[in-house]
Structures are given as C-alpha cells and as structure tokens.
Design a protein around this ligand. Sequence first.
Ligand code: SF4
Length: 210
Amino acid sequence: MPWWPAGFARTPAARAFEIAVGAVLTQNTNWRNVERAMANLERDQALDTAVVRALPDETLAELIRPSGFYRIKTGRLKALATAWEEAGGYPALADWDTATLRGWLLGIHGVGRETADDILLYGFARPVWVIDAYTRRLIGRLGFEEQLAALPYDELAARLLANTVDATAERLAAWHGLIVEHAKAHCRVKPTCADCPLQDRCAHGRAELL
Ligand code: SF4
C-alpha cells in the first residue's frame, strides 16, 4: 500500500504486523516520535509477535518510550501480538473477510476504529476509509453536505465509501495519505488558504477570499 511508512519489513506478513504496531504507537503522538520507537524495535528485532510477547513489560516499554504513553502502549502491543498469534498470524488473518477482520481488530484491547482501519487499509489492503481528525477537518471545510463531518465514525466512513468511485484499497490508501499531507501543509488548525491548491473549490477557502 502506498504512503504508510513501513520501512523495515521484508515480507507481507512482517509488513502487516509492522503497520499494526505503528498504528498503535501513533495514537496520541506524531509520527516522528513513532519513528524513534520503531527504530528501537527494529534494532532489537522486536517487530515480531513472538518477541513482543516474550519481552518483559519494562523492556518493551523502554523501547517504545519515544512514542509517549509507553506503559499503556506496552499493554496494547502485548494484547495485539497475543491476539495476532492466537488467530493464526498473517496467513489466517489475510483470509478473513473485511467485516470479520475489522470486528476482530476492534475486540483487541486498545484498538479503536481509526487504528483498526489503518491496519485494514495499509496492512491488509482492504478498501476502507480511515476517518481521522485531518479527514474530518478537510470535509468540514470543503463545504460538503452540512453536518457530514460531524457524523459518527462508522456512518461517515460508510457514506464516504458509498460515494467513492473506484474505491480500491490502493486509491483509498493514496487518498488518505494525500489528505494527511494536505492537512499538514495547508489545512492546519489555522489554515493557510492563500497558497492552498484547493482554495477555489473550498467553501472555507472561498470565504477567505472575500
Ligand atoms: S482553502 Fe483553506 S480551508 Fe480550504 S482546504 Fe485549503 S487550507 Fe483548508
């Protein structure tokens, strides 16, 4: 899948677990901090379910400390690795249909909707929308149907998917990446509309022109 930075894995199975680990570690922090934690895990060959399960909590917590909330995330990674192995690992998980896989992910301690959909889209190439704060912000500002951006997660994701033409996982993965990059470059909390390429299509941006 394009965009998601999973740079260590050599196989689809390793890549899926690396993405899942990154999706947990990026909760409530920025990706720069995640990269430092991921580099520690890679250095100690800990991007592996068996290793994550076997490491003492204190050791794992120290490795992921740069990502913040490291004690909470230690428990979440342990739960993820345990569930992953008990389900049969990547070959078994990759065979499940998307609804089953999503339901299983949401049953793991510390995996919410956004984290589950990151894993589904980038780790398992399933065509789902990831609804994060960047996506809601952009939708709200572009001037789509009123209240769309405020819909509950699953409802908004379903509405977007139903209205997406050619919604392949590859395209959705690329679009989510573009939304994130656009939100970081232009559509920040305080947007820089003057140099935004979407300004003439954006309700908020057009208002800024007046
Ligand atoms: S014009 Fe402004 S509000 Fe609209 S997308 Fe661009 S940065 Fe965001």
